[in-house]
Ligand binder design. Structure first.
Ligand code: FES
Length: 111
């Protein structure tokens, strides 16, 4: 029988096989946006090997922790952005909602 650990991701208890990475535990909760870019775009794991820093989350109060490089531990508290109770990430505008710049046509006009 394999050993498991239980951690908390955004107030959701998650049971994972021992040795699993925090990024996998976050994805298991259905969360895909781990953080926001400086322009507000949702970001999530890209490389899975510690290079891109797109998987940064807050782990036990320590911000900017790479979740793909952190092994799950019992009782660990993991927070993604936006945290519960804060503004939800808004879906990207469709191409038809984006206003054209001067001298260009909108997606509607090009159909
Ligand atoms: S997914 Fe690239 S650093 Fe974690």
């Amino acid at each position: 029988m394999s050993e498991t650990v239980t951690l908390v991701v955004n107030d959701i208890a998650v049971e994972m096989p021992a040795g699993s990475m925090v990024s996998a535990a976050i994805l298991k909760t259905g969360t895909q946006a781990f953080r926001r870019s400086v322009t507000g775009e949702p970001r999530g794991p890209l490389c899975g090997m510690g290079i891109c820093f797109e998987c940064r989350v807050t782990i036990d109060g320590e911000q900017h922790s790479r979740s793909c490089q952190t092994v799950c531990r019992n009782g660990m508290d993991v927070r993604t952005e936006p945290q519960k109770g804060t503004e939800e990430i808004q879906p990207q505008k469709s191409t038809e909602e984006i206003q054209p710049q001067k001298g260009t046509k909108s997606a509607k006009e090009t159909k």
